[in-house]
Write a protein that binds this ligand. Structure first.
Ligand SMILES: Cc1cc2nc3c(=O)[nH]c(=O)nc-3n(C[C@H](O)[C@H](O)[C@H](O)COP(=O)(O)OP(=O)(O)OC[C@H]3O[C@@H](n4cnc5c(N)ncnc54)[C@H](O)[C@@H]3O)c2cc1C
Length: 390
């Protein structure tokens, strides 16, 4: 049985960064990943370009992590989003910042990020074992015993970075919660977060249209961000964020033009009375959406009755959208709930009940918005969990 100082189970962003810091601090470290390659879920973020972090302030980070972000104060004081940016730049990865502070590799390729993390692990002498699923974890005296189907290892320190339960096809099937159960640790209820919304809105006509910075609201919950019409309803950050406040049956309101008032829209229509409605709307919204909005009206703006004109402006400013449900946990972007933070030391991410056992990333009861906030939480908790050595 080969001994390692530290074994890390799960090669997502949390596990890769934990291996890097562990190896950096001189620990003989082994990262075990069941997939053929590291970072499968990470590679699909940011539309396949890898939304590696967010360049906001600490306040922005905390606002972007509605699920227990405050637990991360101590973690961020040790390693934060700016350290992530420095880390990649020092390791030869050029980054760029897009809207809402989202940071991507300049190459627009996830592999640039995953490759840099992997190279660093090797450079620091860490070992990576892919295609290897851990099936059992035990602690006997001071040593953890880790088994896969055909291999066995021991270690003094174990870091669990197996992710949540969303998108299980990427490998996050919830094994970390089994480890918690084995050690009698509490796991808070698992729920979907950042879930695409199901709606009864005409899907076919609008499918594929993506809108920048529209306002989607339900009651006091008002979210201005990008939105995507899909074959089932709505996705994109605005819909994903609203999903925390709805369950199905609600009527949400969509403002396609939050920067323009209803009065300004009436003036715009009046100034363009000779134009067709479709052409006038095409200057304001994507063409397919303009066609959809204009369908019930006469051809020209000047043919609109005052009531019709008000109706049209209302459609642009407060289109009602009935939410019929939201995607299941498996099809949501993030898992809410996880390893109970009351039992975790916030400075070291070590279990208060089992010494030497650490957790990092989405397996913890932490959930964030897309936009780089989950990945930031994963990379920063990974670094901190890896940096503790005995
Ligand atoms: C489609 C999609 C888009 C997203 N977009 C964004 C975004 O834009 N911004 C953002 O911040 N977040 C985004 N997220 C969420 C983000 O990707 C995750 O929060 C993040 O990857 C969690 O990192 P992690 O290292 O904790 O877990 P994961 O990335 O899930 O990695 C866990 C790893 O553990 C491995 N593993 C599990 N069990 C075992 C075992 N028994 N043995 C060996 N290995 C095991 C898995 O195979 C997996 O590789 C998105 C998620 C999805 C699904």
């Amino acid at each position: 049985m080969t001994y390692y100082d530290t074994i890390i189970i799960g090669g997502g962003p949390a596990g890769m960064m934990a291996t890097i810091s562990s190896a950096y601090y001189g620990q003989k470290s082994l990262l075990i990943e069941k997939n053929k390659r590291l970072g499968k879920k990470l590679s699909g973020t940011g539309g396949g370009r890898c939304n590696v972090t967010n360049n906001g302030s600490l306040d922005d980070l905390l606002a972007g992590i509605p699920g227990n972000g405050r637990f991360l104060y101590s973690v961020f004081s040790q390693f934060d989003n700016h350290d992530i940016i420095n880390f990649f730049e020092e390791n030869g990865v050029a980054l760029k910042v897009e809207d809402h502070g989202r940071v991507f590799p300049a190459t627009d390729k996830s592999q640039t990020i995953i490759g840099a993390l992997e190279t660093k692990i090797h450079e620091l002498g860490g070992t990576v074992l892919t295609n290897t699923e851990v099936v059992s974890v035990k602690k006997i005296n001071d040593l953890f015993h880790i088994k896969s189907a055909d291999k066995a290892f021991t270690c003094g320190k174990l870091i669990v970075t197996t992710g949540g339960k969303s998108y299980p096809s990427t490998g996050s099937t919830g094994f970390g919660y089994d480890i918690a159960k084995h050690f009698n640790l509490s796991v808070t209820p698992l729920e979907s977060a950042e879930s695409p919304l199901l709606t009864d809105f005409p899907h076919k006509a609008l499918q594929g249209i993506s809108l920048d910075d529209v306002t989607l609201s339900y009651g006091k919950h008002i979210i201005t961000h990008d939105l995507l019409f899909t074959h089932f309803g709505l996705s994109g950050p605005a819909a994903l964020r609203l999903s925390s406040f709805v369950s199905g049956g609600e009527i949400a309101e969509l403002d396609f033009l939050p920067q323009t008032s209803s009065d300004d829209l009436h003036s715009y229509l009046n100034e363009n009375r000779e134009k067709s409605i479709k052409n006038a709307l095409k200057n304001l919204v994507p063409e397919r959406l303009a066609d959809f909005l204009a369908v019930d009206y006469p051809e020209k703006i000047k043919q609109l009755s005052p009531t019709q004109e008000t109706q049209l402006v209302d459609k642009l400013k407060k289109m009602p959208i009935k939410i019929t449900g939201k995607m299941s946990l498996a099809k949501s972007f993030v898992t809410k709930g996880g390893i109970d933070l009351k039992e975790i030391n916030p400075k070291t991410l070590e279990s208060k009940k089992v010494s030497g056992l650490h957790f990092a990333g989405e397996v913890l009861d932490i959930n964030a918005h897309t936009g780089g906030f989950n990945i930031t939480a994963a990379l920063c908790t990974g670094w901190v969990a890896g940096s503790v050595h005995y």
